[in-house]
Design a protein around this ligand. Structure first.
Ligand code: ADP
Length: 260
């Protein structure tokens, strides 16, 4: 804890929201959204008021990860959308507003205005932390988004694999470029635990993200194993931090949440 909200980059803070944390990755499929979801639930379990903004406009995952599908209601004053709520976390996603499977084909300015609306025209209320699930990659859109949201800091998710780490390094460079503090790196799919025999296998090797974090002088926040229970619970819209609350996996996410 302790990363103060940033000001002075020409961006207004969101009234009532103390910290905004981006969860990002250099490439897709490394478990960024899974980590964002479970980190948010873990922060709520630690007693914080938490929201999640799904900024992955072209591939929103939060509706599924939180098991939410309703349409958000409009606030009584008619000004804002009311976020949905699950596992003690307020959630807003473009996925609540467009039909699943419908392709979102937008130009840059539309992306920006959609993101601004999801950020500012939502009745977040008082939040200690707003977790933003960023789109994967470090292209133009991601850079623009990183600049559009008044971020307090960024968490980078990577697998231990060299290729993912190269991309993670780009992600770190991107946030440095826009002067967003790096909160740290999470190694996801860090090792595989066999559900049958309990043996551990380093599928994508192991420890690469920790070493990379050390090399770059960025805090290492923790490792999450590759485990089928994380995948199956995610698919069913039940974040493992909430549903297997006493598991080692939940413990790993709580540990990461304490360091964020
Ligand atoms: P990203 O947001 O980086 O594209 P996702 O969070 O959508 O990645 O994860 C990609 C897939 O990998 C999903 O099916 C998810 O359930 C699975 N997954 C993510 N992390 C783990 C893990 N630690 N163990 C098992 N499966 C995982």
């Amino acid at each position: 804890a302790g990363h103060a909200p940033r000001a002075g980059r020409g961006m207004q803070p969101i009234p009532g929201v103390k910290r905004i944390i981006a969860v990002a990755s250099g490439k897709g499929g490394v478990g960024k959204s899974t980590v964002a979801c479970n980190l948010a639930v873990a922060l709520a379990r630690l007693g914080l008021a938490v929201g999640v903004l799904d900024a992955d406009l072209f591939g929103p995952s939060m509706p599924k990860l939180f098991g939410l599908s309703a349409r958000p209601e409009v606030s009584p004053d008619g000004q804002k959308l009311v976020p949905l709520e699950a596992y003690g976390v307020k959630v807003m996603s473009i996925g609540f507003l467009v039909d699943e499977g419908a392709a979102v084909v937008w130009r840059g300015p539309m992306v920006m205005s959609a993101l601004t609306q999801l950020l500012r025209e939502v009745a977040w209320g008082d939040l200690d932390v707003l977790v933003v699930d960023m789109p994967p990659g470090t292209g133009d859109t991601q850079l623009t988004m990183a600049q559009a949201v008044p971020l307090s800091g960024a968490v980078i998710v990577s697998t231990p694999q060299d290729l993912a780490l190269i991309d993670a390094r780009r992600g770190i460079a991107m946030f440095k470029q826009v002067q967003v503090p790096l909160i740290g790196v999470v190694e996801n799919m860090s090792y595989f635990l066999c559900p049958h025999c309990g043996a551990r296998t380093d599928v994508f090797s192991h420890g690469g993200a920790r070493r990379e974090a050390e090399t770059l002088g960025v805090p290492f926040l923790g490792e999450v194993p590759l485990d089928i229970a994380i995948r199956t619970n995610s698919d069913e819209g039940r974040p493992i931090v909430a549903t297997l609350a006493d598991s080692a996996h939940a413990g790993a996410f709580l540990e990461i949440a304490r360091r964020v």
